[in-house]
Design a protein around this ligand. Structure first.
Ligand code: BGN
Length: 356
């Protein structure tokens, strides 16, 4: 009988060894998602030791836990620094786009957001401050959904933050990069933001551990978008959502002003980063997940046929085209309840048509 038990035990040990070896091999081959899933099973459904699971069934309501964030009795003066890792993070977020959502509802659910879409944690002193810059034209429905998710997402991360929507006036071809330059300039007039997040209006982050803070190098956050099968479309891709400190932004002379229409401007920005001796850093692929709000191709944002020629010249042009050559006419700046709305005339390829 004791022989039988030890044979069983040896067989079990062998089985575990084989399983562990398979896991190690898979991990080395980079199949981290499958490995995390396997480890999750071995852990009997508990939190996996990597702390990462992109399992949609675990995805939670982005507003869950938000009611736990309250102002402590005794006032703002005695606030302690926020902890290194926010206790309000919940991981994967469930994302859907209900038609009936209104901005009023978003406002109601975010009582700590102040005029202009600004926020500071009421319960601790955050060492982070991030401005979110959103280039925009005629995408009100997308903006409503983005605000619905972004506000609680950023509050869960315990950041000081502000949301700036940069609206291109008129019907001339859209210019995403120039609008981002305007956003940078206008946001920095209001506060010494440590970190600038350049954010497409149609991308919703799906995991709140994808921190909206800056790194020692420019960061590309939207590395796993549903439309690209949750992986990078190519190695130097820098579109969608990306983050730079104010210093990094100025070091590359900001973004190009002369990409009118769709495509190429993000590749130009990536080139500027490499040309200035920096590199692009990324979050874990399990965290940098985004859902894109489906939409038809925009009128006024047709493919830019000049982008190939422009990209070929970035090495020479970046020093003269960027923040040091930025020209625009500020038409209005409104501090709305959920965001700062900046409407701007950025002119056309032939320059600014109107003066102040
Ligand atoms: C690329 C575009 C990017 C765009 C991604 C993803 C160009 C330049 C070609 C030399 N780049 O092809 O701007 O973000 O696709 O859609 O078109």
């Amino acid at each position: 009988m004791p022989m039988k038990v030890s044979a069983k035990a040896r067989y079990l040990a062998l089985l575990i060894c084989v399983q562990l070896m398979v896991i190690v091999l898979m991990y080395r081959e980079g199949s981290r998602r499958r490995v995390a899933y396997l480890i999750g099973i071995l852990w009997k459904g508990g939190i996996s030791p990597t702390g990462l699971h992109s399992n949609a069934s675990r995805a939670g309501d982005v507003y869950l836990n938000l009611s736990l964030i309250t102002r402590p009795l005794g006032g703002e003066n005695e606030l302690l620094p926020c902890p290194a890792a926010s206790p309000y993070l919940g991981g994967p977020i469930q994302v859907s786009f209900p038609k009936e959502l209104t901005l009023e509802e978003v406002r109601r659910r975010n009582p700590y957001v102040t005029s202009g879409g600004k926020y500071k944690p009421p319960d601790c002193e955050s060492s982070h401050s991030t401005a979110i810059i959103i280039p925009h034209r005629n995408r009100e429905v997308h903006l409503k959904h983005l605000l619905y998710y972004l506000h609680p997402f950023l509050q869960r991360q315990q950041l000081n933050y502000g949301i700036y929507v940069i609206h291109q006036a008129g019907n001339y071809t859209f210019n995403r990069a120039k609008l981002l330059n305007v956003g940078f300039k206008e946001a920095m007039k209001e506060a010494d933001w440590i970190c600038l997040f350049c954010h497409d209006v149609d991308l919703i982050p799906e995991d709140d551990r994808n921190m909206y803070t800056c790194e020692k190098n420019p960061k590309h956050s939207s590395i796993a978008m549903d439309k690209f099968g949750y992986k990078l479309p190519y190695r130097t891709y820098f579109g969608g959502v990306s983050a730079l400190t104010a210093d990094q932004y100025m070091k590359i002379n900001g973004f190009p002003n002369n990409y009118w229409g769709w495509g190429g401007e993000d590749d130009d920005i990536a080139s500027r980063i490499y040309l200035n001796g920096m590199m692009i850093v990324r979050p874990d692929v399990l965290l940098g997940r985004y859902k894109m709000i489906k939409h038809a191709h925009d009128k006024g944002n047709e493919e830019n046929p000049k982008r190939f020629n422009l990209l070929a010249k970035t090495r020479r042009s970046w020093k003269d085209d960027g923040m040091n050559s930025l020209q625009y006419v500020l038409l209005s700046k409104q501090h709305l309840p959920l965001y700062t709305n900046i409407t701007v005339d950025i002119g056309s390829e032939r320059g600014l048509r109107r003066a102040t």
